[in-house]
Design a binder for this molecule. Structure first.
Ligand code: PRT
Ligand code: ZN
Length: 299
């Protein structure tokens, strides 16, 4: 038995999806891109890859052609998944990559230096808004009672105002540099999106369900590790309690005596360790502090 997983063939999601799966011990026998092959198989895990355009992934998973899929939430929403009366798939995990936001942006002179928090949505009434996300935008306008005209454009939405085709845009943003380069400024965030692992709602054989659970456990281990840091330091013995208090979420620190008055402390911190924390550790006497990433963390 094998489960099928749909992935983006090539694009912003594909490499990151494969990176996650590789960390889970699931890699493609013919390499991530599979030399253009649509179907590939995994090494060391009974799984088959289906390499498709990201827009097709929700339907493949919905129809049960594929048990699992990795896709951006933005694609699910545009296809009506999760909306009232819309089709359903199970969102098993948020994956924390391909983060972006769908934002409304206007020519920067129209914002006249107004902060995003001050600008009012009603300013959109009567405007033409170019987008690749017409369904999401239509739903948004309905909920916010806005009277707008939606101009559907398949790509390079950001040039629409400059061409006089639209007054504003509603597009995905990550760094914001595309908007900036086109003289546009963000006014409103419609939603925030990241890659998610989805599963079909169609019945799945219990052996396949077992495989899904095995994969999920591995993903959880990788994600936990991503959120954790391994910290090693030396410290005076009397500072141990203060150090425990400084590192929230500390899991079972290992204390190793070095000499009668000093110890080495090894610990896993469940949150990112920022410079401020390091400075506080130093201020109570910790020294030779080493912070390193963790590859896998199995509870
Ligand atoms: O061929 P296929 O249909 O599979 O791919 P695609 O061209 O539809 O998608 P692709 O590969 O561009 O993006 C895949 C997914 O990545 C999207 O569906 C999002 O979930 C996610 N993602 C994350 C992004 C961005 N960040 C992003 N910045 N998708 C697109 N962009 C574009 C945006 O549309 C704009 O043109 O990047 C530009 C803005 O980027 P910044 O950094 O300048 O703000
Ligand atoms: Zn696409």
């Amino acid at each position: 038995m094998t489960i099928r997983l749909s992935l983006q063939k090539s694009g912003r999601l594909s490499r990151l999806s494969y990176d996650l799966l590789t960390k889970c011990g699931v890699s493609a026998s013919d390499g991530p891109e599979g030399d253009g092959r649509l179907i590939g198989s995994a090494i060391d895990f009974p799984l088959e890859f289906l390499r498709v355009r990201d827009d097709d992934i929700p339907e493949y998973v919905h129809d049960g052609v594929s048990t699992l899929g990795i896709v951006g939430e933005n694609v699910l929403w545009e296809r009506g998944f999760g909306r009232e009366g819309g089709p359903e798939v199970k969102v098993l995990r948020k994956l924390g990559f391909a983060r972006c936001r769908l934002a409304i942006a206007l020519p920067k002179e129209e914002l006249q230096g107004q902060a995003k928090a001050v600008w009012r949505l009603e300013a959109l009434n009567g405007k033409r808004i170019a987008t690749t996300y017409p369904e999401v935008l239509r739903d948004f306008a309905k909920r916010k009672e806005l009277d707008i005209e939606i101009v559907y454009i398949r790509g390079a939405v950001e040039i629409a105002p400059g061409l006089g085709v639209a007054d504003a845009v509603c597009d995905l943003v990550s760094t914001g540099s595309t908007l900036k380069a086109n003289g546009l400024a963000e006014a409103y965030t419609v939603f925030e999106s990241e890659a998610v692992l989805i599963q079909t709602e169609k019945p799945v054989a219990s052996t396949d369900e077992e495989l899904v659970n095995r994969l999920l456990q591995r993903i959880d281990g990788v994600q936990r590790a991503n959120r954790s840091r391994y910290i090693m330091m030396n410290a005076p013995s009397e500072a141990v309690e203060e150090i425990r208090a400084i590192l929230p979420g500390l899991q079972g620190p290992t204390i190793i005596p070095i000499d009668p008055s000093n110890v080495a402390i090894h610990a896993v911190a469940s949150e990112d360790v920022f410079w401020e924390t390091i400075e506080r550790l130093k201020s109570v006497g910790a020294n030779s502090i080493l912070v390193s990433p963790i590859e896998k963390l199995i509870a």
